[in-house]
Design a protein around this ligand. Sequence first.
Ligand code: NAP
Length: 345
Amino acid sequence: MNKIRVGILGATGTVGQRFCQLLEDHPQFEIVALAASERSAGKLYSEACPWKLQTPMPERVKEIVVSPISPDLDCDLVFSSLPGSIAREAEEAFARAGYPVISNSSCYRMEEDVPLIIPEINHEHLDLIEVQQHKRGFDRGFIVTNPNCAVVSFAPPLAALNEAFGVESAVITTLQAVSGAGYPGVPSLDILDNVLPHIPGEEPKAETEAQKILGKLVDGAIEKAEFTVSVQCFRVAVTDGHTAAVRVNLTENAPLEEVIRVISEYKGLDLHSSPDRFMEVSEEPAHPQPKLDRENGDGMTITVGRIFPDNILDYRFVSLSHNTLRGAAGAAVLNAELLVEKKYL
Ligand code: NAP
């Protein structure tokens, strides 16, 4: 099979670098175009990019000259990791010009004709692509999004519980890594020896996206799941890995063993970037921890632990996901693999 030729918008950033890393030897996709701001355009990627990953910059991307963000890239689809401020206009322009746009940014996630996908949970929402193309007058192009990186840490266990017992409400505290703020991100004097109780724009996303992801597609529209979520988001001095402390009320009574079982047995997929276990329940008392568990399943497994009955709501647990892999570039690559399997690409 000829590989699909991809471009990356925001290629020099934290998420853009992960795309370059993940796509280095990908069997279905090859990187042919990299685009970033005017600061980087015209330079070789190796000169423009402040590479921060532990694996070396792939040889293939080093010599690519960075393009400006303009919908005339010579490629078949684009992955977007642009800042929200410019993503709205740029992603629409690419979709209108005929490119499938697989986006990490927040600006289209909650639009009713845009799929917000975690492949293991709601791949049938991809049917919205047809609705979107019709409504927006896109010809071959479309926009598909993946969720906010904090939402990815708690939406999967909530999906398992909602399917089995119904979720009434959840109260969640997130402890989010500094890489979630991009590079250079949060100043070191703000975050060292500190916990920041405000991540601009984060709580509204964290309180609404899971209900769309867990919603049902009925007659070309998503009926959102009806539970209420209350979330407080904190930035903590962790490099990668977002942790969520969750308390949840269920509609039906459920014994502890069943709660553990439905989370750990929730079905995964068999795409190239799928982990062996979509969710892994750890019974170790001091897990999950970002430092020890974020690389589980090559950063694509959600690790859940400390599942116990709660004194106020029904159950409590802690869940963790890698924010730039399962929460960003890995999620988008998985979405692209799903789009290939479902013949949208
Ligand atoms: P980042 O490290 O700040 O990188 C931003 C990228 O966008 C860089 O390539 C930058 O290019 C480019 N850019 C900035 N301003 C631009 C402009 N005016 N015109 C064109 N390109 C511009 O940010 P990030 O963490 O990778 O995040 C990117 C997006 O992904 C954001 O929407 C973010 O919310 C989302 N996201 C991030 C994470 C995460 O964990 N970091 C997780 C999920 C979603 P230059 O290098 O040339 O400036």
